[in-house]
Design a protein around this ligand. Structure first.
Ligand code: ASP
Ligand code: MG
Length: 465
């Protein structure tokens, strides 16, 4: 039993969809027990979220834009790939019903002018529904039995809209009951990623990029042989190929190594929650490339075959640094305490802001955090509210995090990396390392990222692996 999850890129246009269908059919020919999990088309979730947020502020124009996007992009694909007139008519009818629902929801939100997390999730989930509907039809057209399944039937979550948490036992029961009979009958379930529903059937979403999590949950529930995330890169690479063109894919990784990479990359590569259900059941996770399906990609497994290339450089851009510091001698009330720093980081976490790195120093009375750029202004506000007048709060809005993971280098990794950066006269703003030395992270000004990654990649020997 295999779970194949396709990211947005796999549905970019009719040509890509045709390739994706071929990948599914090839897998199905080898092993007919296949579950397909779909993301929305590229940019569709963003358009829907924009529409929903604008509606919450009374604006309906964004909803028109999203509706046009949804309709045009899916219609273009269907017109090219769904040749059976009856199937196409039925599909268009179902898409039109969904569009009506989008209209009803955005209008209701705009009329009330009220921000409703529940309404936003209902709207955001439409992108996956459109994609799964159309993929199921195209699969049937190409001669395979396939049926669209809404994940609201499979994944039971709490009511934490936007980042709902699934109830695992209930979800696993529903998934097995619904999908196993289909698989036994040779039907491919085409499931909407990213979505679920509360016990009362209210639609929820699992957070951005949540389609991978859906695939992992289904894989865990049916005890799959493998869960494969189909992306547009050859797996996890030794560095960002846009910066280092000869970066190489890592053939195999352990769950623990993948978990480190997930955390250090700020979940850009993989999300920890995707790994967890699979790691506890030893279900292999593969990351493969839709553009080169014959390549093996990266396999995350319990017992990876030892290979030379087990390290990687992960660069995450689009980050901001917020710091509070005090240069003057503080008054008694303003003295630095660990509690003050703890309160601020707790407030950030309650506000749903993920800090990718935090650093405090009693010696020079500073607290510094790295967050994603969209969270920067709000983080600064929290800092300003929390620190007194003796403190100076600053915002550096374009920084990046470069992390190196390499068990092979052992405890000298941080010094080697520091030496490489120093030799190239690249200054870092802050750094952090693991106790055992297996990784080290540097906060750098955004403009030094490319040269830093290139130098580290060659000096630390990743290029030759
Ligand atoms: N479509 C959703 C997003 O853009 C979920 C996913 O792609 O996994 O975040
Ligand atoms: Mg993704």
């Amino acid at each position: 039993m295999r779970i194949m999850k396709f990211g947005a890129i796999a549905f970019a246009d009719a040509l890509r969809v045709r390739d994706t269908i071929r990948i599914i059919k090839e897998q199905h020919a080898k092993d007919p027990s296949v579950v397909v999990v779909c993301s929305a088309l590229p940019g569709i979730t963003d358009a829907l979220l924009r529409a929903a947020r604008a509606a919450a502020h009374g604006g309906e124009q964004e909803a028109d834009v999203a509706r046009r996007e949804l309709w045009n992009r899916h219609r273009q694909i269907a017109e090219k790939l769904v040749t059976d007139e009856w199937e196409r008519e039925m599909l268009f009818q179902r898409l039109a019903e969904q569009l009506k629902q989008l209209d009803r929801m955005t209008r209701a939100m705009a009329t009330l002018g009220e921000y409703s997390a529940r309404g936003i999730d209902a709207i955001a989930s439409l992108g996956e529904r459109f994609a799964a509907l159309i993929i199921a039809v195209i699969l049937r057209q190409s001669g395979v039995a396939a049926q669209m399944i809404d994940a609201t039937e499979l994944i039971v979550t709490d009511a934490h809209f936007g980042v709902a948490r699934p109830y695992l036992d209930e979800s696993f029961t529903k998934i097995s009951e619904r999908l196993l009979p289909m698989l036994q009958a040779g039907i491919i379930p085409v499931v909407t990623g990213y979505t679920g529903a509360t016990r009362n059937g209210v639609v929820t979403t699992l957070g951005r990029g949540g389609g991978d999590y859906t695939a992992a949950l289904i894989g865990a529930a049916v005890n799959a042989t493998e869960v494969c995330l189909w992306t547009d890169v050859d797996g996890i690479l030794t560095a960002d190929p846009k910066i280092v063109p000869d970066a190489k894919p890592l053939p195999e990784l352990s769950y623990a190594e993948a978990a480190e990479m997930a955390t250090l990359s700020g979940s850009e590569i993989l999300h920890l929650r995707t790994l967890m259900p699979l790691a506890t059941r030893c279900i292999p996770l593969r990351i493969a490339n839709v553009h080169s399906p014959e390549q093996p990609g990266t396999l995350v497994t319990a017992l990876p075959t030892p290979t030379h290339a087990s390290g990687a450089i992960i660069s995450t851009r689009g980050l901001a640094l917020i710091a509070a510091s005090s240069s003057s001698l503080p008054t008694y009330e303003e003295a630095w305490t660990a509690e003050l720093a703890a309160t601020v980081t707790a407030r950030l976490s309650h506000a749903g802001i993920e800090t990718l790195l935090a650093h405090q120093s009693e010696l020079d009375r500073t607290l510094m955090v790295i967050v994603r750029q969209p969270d920067a202004t709000y983080t600064k506000e929290i800092f300003e509210q929390s620190f007194g007048k003796d403190y100076n709060v600053t915002l550096h809005s374009t920084v990046a995090l470069v992390s190196i993971i390499s068990a092979a280098h052992g405890t000298v990794l941080p010094s080697l990396a520091m030496y490489a950066l120093g030799r190239a006269q690249i200054n870092h703003i802050a750094s952090s390392r693991s106790l055992h030395g297996a990784y080290v992270s540097f906060v750098l000004p955004d403009e030094s990222v490319a040269s830093a990654v290139q130098i580290l990649h060659s000096d630390l020997g990743f290029a030759s692996t």
